[in-house]
Design a protein around this ligand. Structure first.
Ligand SMILES: Cc1cc2nc3c(=O)[nH]c(=O)nc-3n(C[C@H](O)[C@H](O)[C@H](O)COP(=O)(O)O)c2cc1C
Length: 320
């Protein structure tokens, strides 16, 4: 798939996810063959205020490229100015605009999914971004209540100059309830000439194949199913290429991924206690006999103690 001048080596894309898709996690997904990764959403006004944490969300390295930086904002002018700042510092391969976040704090600021009800503003934003950046521009939207309204917005986004459209097939009101509508996504794909990427509830090999075939989309974006499970990109990619299911990762392999994540966090100065506790839970989800380990971790107060407990678990898993 090509997004503007960017040629992607595959159809699988990592979704932008706040507090999840930091550089270390994106690097793990890259190791398992993901074709494109996105940063966590970054508030354009915060970038303009020189907020260091917000700017640092675009931090990248050559091994993970291509990278898309996702911006969140309400006004074309601020979004373009913040896009110029991050493209200058980090040189991402593309910029994405968030038209889907349903969080109250985001809606209150008229950003994210709030923009779905302001097609005029969406057009201004996409036109301004695509007219002033050298890199391709993507938009990530949710659907609206009716198919006609959704198609109308999708058409406007294409006409405004977006190089690809990502569609999460849920409305703002649904948040994460119900199911992603592949029916809406299929209709959008049929309507547009730019690449359309399907998103929502793609959690295993069979769903991935079904969604690609049913919607005829150009790519698939995976979010929650990758949390603590970057290996999903290898599984899905292998299945789409060969029709064969790979055996699941062993507990030892999953723990190796966890330690690789922790090591990369240390390397990039991102190793934090709360994050590592959450990630220890995610990377061990569904493993047998893990409950006592979780209980132990919940009593810990520092990163090194958590890593020690996880190291014991790894030693048990490898039969040492
Ligand atoms: C923890 C979490 C954080 C998210 N953060 C973002 C974000 O920063 N930007 C965005 O466009 N979507 C965000 N999303 C939505 C996902 O990108 C994706 O659209 C959604 O989870 C549906 O895909 P999935 O079913 O594969 O998870 C987030 C979702 C989750 C679960």
């Amino acid at each position: 798939m090509n997004i503007g001048k960017l040629m992607l080596n595959g159809t699988l894309i990592l979704a932008p996810m706040s507090l999840v898709t930091n550089l270390p996690f994106r690097l793990l997904c890259k190791k398992y063959g993901v074709a494109l990764v996105y940063s966590e959403m970054t508030f354009s006004e915060a970038i303009l205020r020189q907020n260091e944490t917000s700017i640092a969300r675009g931090f990248t390295c050559d091994e993970e490229r291509p990278l898309g930086i996702q911006l969140l904002g309400a006004k074309a002018d601020s979004i373009v100015r913040s896009a110029r700042i991050v493209t200058k510092i980090f040189r991402p391969e593309l910029i994405d605009i968030n038209l889907g976040c349903p969080a109250q704090s985001v809606i209150k600021n008229e950003c994210g999914a709030a923009l779905l009800k302001k097609p005029g503003t969406v057009v201004e934003i996409v036109e301004a971004l695509s007219g002033s950046l050298e890199v391709p521009v993507t938009a990530k939207m949710r659907i609206l209540n009716s198919l006609e309204e959704t198609l109308e917005l999708a058409r406007l986004i294409e006409k405004a100059g977006a190089d690809a459209l990502i569609v999460h097939g849920r409305t703002q009101k649904q948040q994460y309830s119900g199911k992603s509508s592949y029916e809406f996504i299929k209709n959008i794909k049929r309507e547009l000439s730019i690449p359309v990427i399907a998103n929502g509830d793609i959690k295993d090999e069979k769903t991935a194949k079904y969604v690609l075939e049913y919607t005829q989309c150009d790519g698939l974006m995976i979010g929650r199913a990758a949390m603590g499970n970057p290996h999903i990109f290898r599984r899905l990619g292998h299945y789409l290429d060969t029709g064969e299911l790979l055996p699941p990762q062993t507990p030892g392999e999953r723990l190796d991924d966890f330690f690789e994540y922790a090591g990369l966090c240390r390397k990039y100065g991102l190793l934090g206690f709360r994050d590592i506790v959450v990630k220890a839970q995610w990377f061990t989800k569904g493993m047998k006999n893990v409950k006592p380990v979780r209980v132990k971790i919940n009593r810990m107060t520092d990163v090194d103690s958590v890593l020690r407990v996880m190291e014991e678990l790894r030693a048990d898993a490898s039969g040492c």
